[in-house]
Write a protein that binds this ligand. Structure first.
Ligand code: SF4
Length: 458
């Protein structure tokens, strides 16, 4: 995957056609506002989605709601106490109109020129993607930033672990900025360094630390890209490796050449779906619940384990169900159902195909005109694809609009603030990975790249 191939230029909202509803409007924000105004049919999972995300920032008066991930798919997930909070956005951004914010962003970008690169994740709101120099998944974006070595600042419109990965892969002279510090990831937060270290110590007690006759370690840790830099560092220090949703099978093969079993975190669904497709029986995949002794399994069950699955999940992809697939097939007999492997196993099994966001985008690009797709991934990407490919019928499997809560926290107001601060010589919301963590984390990423060279995995 070259950086060029993930560059997707969107018309700015000012250039975009007037809002006409979900089938042809790429903007989930506009759709939510239309629904709230009664001008469009449909429903969302949270009424607050049509208001500005700074309503959730910690204001000076401390008068805001309980800390949480905010409206959207992760709204009921518990936010760790140590999760970063975003301070109040200055009033000149909160009070600006949408058009003013877009103009300020365009103007700041023009003035900054090569000094800045803006990255936009596939799941970002369209109003932010409109200003991105590159659009893609987290690893594609981190690599794309490397093609702009003259950029002093990398503004990552995604979530916290993505900004950390960009910092790992950027030069020491570059600063990585996350426009809203509250843009975490509830799945990544489900595995922290303390609980994974505790799990590791329990596994060492059961399995020992000596390799078998074939020289394979008792356990190889594998972390999904969607994890903190601290956990990437953990796997780097313990002979482990990072994977993406594109290359998880190749990475597991690498791990099984070096270990008798794998500890996979934080996403149980990606781990289970991948291992099952490799022929590993479900009874050899116990779930590790960090709140229970031995993760909730017996010692005998752990001795039979081939893949230990961390009790983590993505609340966006957990929403998809087999019943939604059945309805899509009833409504559109020719539909092709395509889902992300972070979906639960029954959903992946019932779909026609599953794969990463890149896989989904490429499958739609390659499809003959007139194809019908029901997609099981985040709504911002699905709705943008539907607008970009009007020759197809493309819709989200979930009829309720429920975007990723943390991607939602990035808004043009924060992007304008980050860029104009740069113009004033100030770097706000810099994300930095300390060198003691960065070194083993890079090792784990390099191991992945040795298995699946950049862009080779699907
Ligand atoms: S879609 Fe899921 S995995 Fe991705 S950032 Fe949102 S919560 Fe995290």
């Amino acid at each position: 995957m070259t950086a060029h191939s993930i560059t997707v230029r969107q018309p700015s909202p000012a250039e975009a056609p007037p809002s006409v509803g979900p089938p042809i409007d790429a903007s989930v924000d506009r759709t939510l506002k239309l629904i709230a105004a009664g001008s469009a049919s449909g429903s969302s999972c949270a009424p607050a989605l049509d208001s500005a995300p700074w309503m959730l920032d910690a204001g000076p008066a401390g008068s805001l709601p309980e800390p949480g991930y905010g409206p959207g798919a992760s709204q009921d997930d518990p936010l760790p106490g140590a999760a970063p909070r975003q301070g109040e956005l200055p009033a000149s951004y909160r009070e600006a109109t949408e058009e003013e914010l877009h103009e300020r962003i365009r103007s700041a970008k023009t003035e900054l020129g090569d000094r800045v690169v803006v990255l936009g994740h596939f799941y970002q709101r369209d109003e932010v993607v409109a200003h991105a120099d590159f659009v893609g998944d987290s690893f594609q974006l981190a690599k794309a930033a490397r093609t702009r070595p003259r950029a002093e600042a990398i503004v990552f419109c995604g979530v916290h672990f993505m900004a950390e990965t960009a910092d790992l892969l950027s030069t020491p002279e570059q600063s990585v900025i996350l426009p809203n510090l509250a843009a975490g990831c509830s799945m990544a937060d489900m595995a922290d360094l303390d609980s994974v270290t505790d799990c590791w110590e329990q596994l060492e007690e059961i399995y020992g630390t000596a390799p078998d006759a074939a020289g394979r370690a008792p356990v190889i840790p594998v972390t999904y890209m969607n994890s903190s830099a601290a956990l990437k560092g953990f796997v780097g220090r313990h002979g482990g490796i990072v994977c993406t949703s594109s290359n998880a099978a190749q990475v597991l093969e690498w791990a099984f050449e070096r270990g008798q079993r794998v500890l996979f975190f934080p996403d149980q669904h990606l781990g289970r779906n991948t291992a099952k497709a490799m022929g590993i029986p479900l009874e050899q995949m116990p779930l590790w619940n960090p709140r229970k002794p031995l993760g909730g399994s017996t010692e005998e069950e752990l001795m039979q384990a081939t893949v230990l699955l961390w009790h983590g999940f993505c609340s966006v992809h957990k929403r998809f169900t087999v019943a939604q697939i059945e309805k899509a097939r009833a409504d559109f007999p020719d539909v092709h159902v395509m889902v992300h492997p972070e979906c639960p196993m029954p959903v992946v099994d019932a779909a026609d195909s599953s794969g990463s966001t890149d896989f989904i985008v490429k499958a739609i690009e390659a499809a003959p005109a007139g194809s019908t797709f029901a997609i099981g991934t985040e709504i911002n990407l699905v709705q943008r694809l539907a607008a970009q490919y009007p020759q197809h019928t493309i819709f989200c499997l979930d009829p309720v609009i429920c975007p990723c809560s943390t991607m939602y926290r990035i808004h043009p107001g924060y992007l304008a603030w980050a860029l104009e601060s740069l113009l004033d010589g100030e770097i706000v919301n810099q994300i930095t990975v300390s060198e003691d963590v960065a070194e083993p984390a890079r090792l784990a990423l390099e191991r992945m790249l040795s298995v699946v060279p950049a862009g080779a995995g699907r």
